[in-house]
Design a protein around this ligand. Structure first.
Ligand code: ATP
Length: 857
């Protein structure tokens, strides 16, 4: 580097101590400055100095412990490199430090350390006399020979690399133009060398010595390269091209792992193997033509790209995804409808309608293998087995199963992926799922489609439209992939709790199958056939260790859970199993302490003991002095011990002990619910107060009910507190719908509000075993409402006896299981008069009640 010849370095130099690397003249190095001494040097010399001289510093390799860089002279290396600071960058993360870019000028020797605090300053003597050798003719014979030798080796080394890479061709040019005496320093900093070797070169003040030391290093590098090429002979040509060379780091290093030709060669050697494999995979992946084109283009780019470029990793990830995607890989369907029926029946009790529809679907698939659509959507309360049926469908078909949870997804790139221009971009869930299952015809369960959100990042439901449309999804384009993927072989099944929040366009693409909640008897069967065995297995228990009688299960169903599905029922069994597991484990521990006279001897004798004597309740087993007798019986005492006092009491009759209360039936996404409507009246100015978070439609129903009652007050002899037929005269009415924190809306509470107010104004009690639902009109007609099955099941769960439903909902009763129908009386009402007659004992006659009309006489 001839800059060294024109600059005379100052006689005193501040010293920068480097711990990880050695700077040689003619090379550039990026180094982190974080020790106190070095930081101080940067601050007071480099950042404050204005002259060129003030940017010249001495870079000394420090072989001592970095923590004690203030140690005096003996620990410092005697020879260093005077360097020009080209760039200083400060940063506070992760701790305050500077990054310094320095370029080496020439060697110097420390004559005397002048001070060592706050940073060392030394009197120095310049060693390299570069201006002496400006041409080959200045070398003596031996030196000339050595320099020629070194030059040849350098050329040989460079030629082993791919000349089409700009950085390599630049180095080739530099070899010709640089003064020969600077070659040892420059080449040593470029090829693979250890710090120790670099230090030796730095110490080699004499040119001859320096040449002699550098040549073996070059030869070693060349041999290494040859060996590497031999091992990769078949793809020699490719390899030569694959060796990338980064100009920016050509002659410097910052990290603890110094940059060198050999490093590149080794890393890229490994990497080029990978790239070769990747290329091979692309060729054999049988991807469609369009995708193949994109991949070929990308791999070409990748080969030319330096590894350090962020895009390198991006492109590589992309290509890896492309080769992993199952473009043409699929499983063969096992379509045996009889087997499917058996499997579905074995896995799931009840759900007849759902199973029937699923079997129909599978049967059609059997007849027409490339069936397009429809997309099934199971809608029902939580825990009724929607997800689990989806899994069974995959099992029956012998297909891979993948569940995509859509709850809370509010970014459309979750479905469609991010464009590759984004940092951290990745494919959407559909493509990810395909990559995971590795076949192009899995069963995808889109769980909770009703809980898709919307945000500024777009509407994921809109992105799903393309996925689910059988006419379009053969060319689904994920933004990340940017080429079409055929989704037509994927079997999509969606689940939701309600259709109300599914966008109409999405709903239109799916065939909705309602999955209603279970009745008590079904839950009982599901519990004993599926849930209990599953929980026993999960807790490592056997039926010989625990016995849960049907009465206990019934108690759990009625008094510890109130749900349409069976999920919390399953959790309760889990809690019981855990408690029993503790007892069993304790029992095993205390077995040897067992009182022989009372304990049954061996398995055989156990089997002969009658059921009653064999089982022992858990509260007895709780006695720590004795191990429990098996099986542990879960009776109602044990249940109370484990699950605590019952959570739900049968409270219906208590709450209906005064006028102004009626039971309505509501539908929620969690299934049907019974709902108490309460009314009271007080002196006032005819105002109606409604509480319980009611929606507009429900408020309107309340106004309708009042109006109808006021207009029929005379007919039914309804009076206010002072006996007037004008019900709102000097009277305020308050209507409350308990569970006040839950928002309620819909017209179906109309009949309940009328009944409740009729009870209030007539002073008569509504029958405590009656629940009702129905919309009302101003003329007193009762209109049909939805969710009848769930509502009826809720009434049945709550132990009510009569259900009043609109006449036009009679057809919905067909869906009600027979045993529920047998337990309940159904009353079809066409008008409010019929509702009132059914809701009050002895009917709601139009006759005057003597005690109420006497004031008029
Ligand atoms: N009919 C049934 N027969 C056997 N097991 C059932 C039945 N219904 C539900 N289960 C069991 O109940 C549990 C909950 O079912 P699953 O997770 O499929 O409910 P889900 O309807 O998908 O609920 P969500 O809407 O909350 O996702 C599972 O362990 C499942 O095996």
């Amino acid at each position: 580097m001839d800059s060294g010849s024109s600059i005379q370095i100052p006689g005193r130099l501040p010293l920068l101590l480097t711990h990880e690397s050695v700077l040689l003249p003619g090379s550039t190095m990026r180094t982190a400055v974080d020790t106190p001494g070095n930081m101080q040097l940067v601050r007071s010399r480099l950042l404050k100095g204005t002259s060129l001289k003030s940017t010249i510093i001495g870079v000394i390799p420090n072989t001592s412990d970095p923590a004690s860089d203030s140690e005096p002279l003996p620990a410092l290396h005697r020879i260093g490199t005077a360097a020009l600071a080209i760039q200083v960058v400060g940063s506070n993360w992760p701790k305050p430090h500077y990054t310094l870019l320095v370029t080496g000028l020439c060697r110097f020797q420390i004559v005397q350390l002048l001070k060592d605090k706050p940073f060392p300053v030394a009197e120095v003597q310049q060693l390299d006399r570069l201006e002496q050798f400006t041409s080959k003719s200045d070398f003596n014979e031996e030196l000339g020979e050595l320099s020629e030798q070194l030059y040849k080796y350098a050329v040989q080394l460079v030629e082993m690399l791919d000349m089409s890479i700009p950085a390599v061709s630049k180095l080739r040019r530099l070899l010709d133009s640089l003064p020969r005496e600077s070659l040892p320093d420059i080449l040593t900093s470029v090829i693979r060398t250890t710090n120790k070797e670099k230090l030796q070169i730095l110490d080699a003040v004499g040119l001859e010595e320096r040449f002699k030391m550098t040549i073996p290093l070059l030869v070693r590098q060349i041999e290494g390269l040859k060996l590497l090429q031999k091992t990769r002979k078949p793809k020699q040509d490719d390899d030569r091209k694959l060796v990338a060379f980064r100009p920016s780091r050509k002659i410097g290093q910052m990290s603890s792992r110094p940059f060198s030709l050999d490093n590149i060669e080794e890393e890229e050697g490994e990497d080029s193997d990978d790239i070769f494999m990747l290329e091979k995979k692309i060729k054999t992946s049988s991807m469609p033509e369009q995708a193949l084109k994109v991949c070929t283009k990308e791999i070409k780019r990748l080969k030319k790209m330096p590894q350090s470029m962020p895009e390198y990793a991006l492109t590589r990830n992309y290509l890896e995804l492309m080769v992993e995607l199952p473009w043409n890989k699929s499983t063969t369907d096992r379509l045996d409808i009889r087997a499917a029926r058996i499997l579905l029946d074995n896995d799931h009790y009840a759900m007849e309608k759902l199973k029937k529809r699923v079997l129909e679907y599978l049967a059609v698939r059997q007849l027409k293998s490339n069936l397009k659509g429809p997309i099934l959507c199971f809608v029902g309360p939580p825990g009724v087995g929607k997800t689990s049926v989806g899994r069974s469908v995959a099992k029956t078909l012998g297909r891979e199963f993948y569940r995509i949870a859509l709850g809370g997804v509010c970014d459309q790139s979750d479905i469609r992926g991010h464009r590759r221009t984004y940092v951290g971009s990745m494919p959407g869930r559909i493509i990810n799922g395909l990559r995971t299952v590795g076949v192009n015809n899995p069963v995808f369960l889109l769980d909770e489609v009703d809980k898709l959100g919307k945000s500024l990042q777009g509407d994921p439901a809109a992105a799903l439209l393309e996925v689910l449309d059988p006419e379009q999804n053969h060319s689904f384009t994920d933004h990340y992939l940017n080429v079409a993927f055929d989704l037509s072989q994927v079997l999509f099944i969606a689940t939701a709790n309600t259709t109300a929040t599914i966008s109409p366009a999405l709903l239109d693409r799916m065939e909705v199958i309602q999955v209603p909640g279970y009745i008590q008897e079904e839950k009982l069967e599901i519990a004993h056939r599926h849930l209990i065995p599953k929980q026993l297995e999960q807790h490592g228990l056997t039926p010989q260790q625990i016995q849960i009688p049907q009465e206990t299960t019934l108690q759990i169903i009625n008094r510890y859970t109130r749900e349409a599905g069976v999920r919390s029922l399953e959790r309760k069994f889990g809690a019981i199993c855990r408690a029993v597991a503790v007892k069993v484990a304790e029992g095993a521990h205390k077995e040897n302490k067992l009182d022989c006279s009372e304990a049954p001897e061996g398995e055989e004798s156990k089997e002969h003991i009658s059921e009653d004597t064999k089982a022992e309740s858990i509260h007895k087993a709780a006695d720590l002095a004795l191990p429990p007798e098996m099986p542990i019986l879960i009776d109602h005492h044990a249940l109370k011990d484990i699950l605590g006092p019952p959570m739900y009491e049968v409270e219906v009759s208590e709450r209906l002990s005064q006028p102004g209360v009626a039971i309505g039936l509501a539908w929620t996404p969690l299934g049907g619910e019974i709902m108490f409507v309460e009314a009271s009246r007080m002196d006032g100015e005819g105002q109606l107060t409604l509480t319980g978070q009611l929606g507009d439609v429900m408020k309107e129903s309340a106004h309708l009910a009042i109006s109808w009652l006021r207009s029929n007050a005379k007919k039914y002899y309804l009076t206010n507190a002072s006996g007037s037929f004008d019900l709102l005269d000097n009277t305020d009415i308050h209507l409350h719908f308990p569970a006040g924190a839950v928002t309620k809306d819909g017209p179906s509470a109309g009949v309940t509000i009328v009944t409740c107010l009729a009870s209030l104004f007539s002073g008569r009690l509504v029958r405590s075993d009656v629940a009702m639902t129905g919309e009302i009109t101003l003329r007193g007609l009762v209109l049909p409402v939805g969710g009848i099955k769930d509502k009826v099941l809720a009434a049945h769960r709550a132990g009510l006896k009569t259900v009043i439903i609109p006449k036009r909902n009679e057809k919905d009763l067909e869906e009600i299981p027979i045993n529920v129908k047998e337990d309940l009386n159904f009353f079809m009402a066409g008008c409010l008069e019929e509702v009132l007659n059914a809701a009050f004992d002895g009917g709601f006659s139009a006759k005057p009640r003597l005690d109420l009309v006497n004031s008029k006489l």
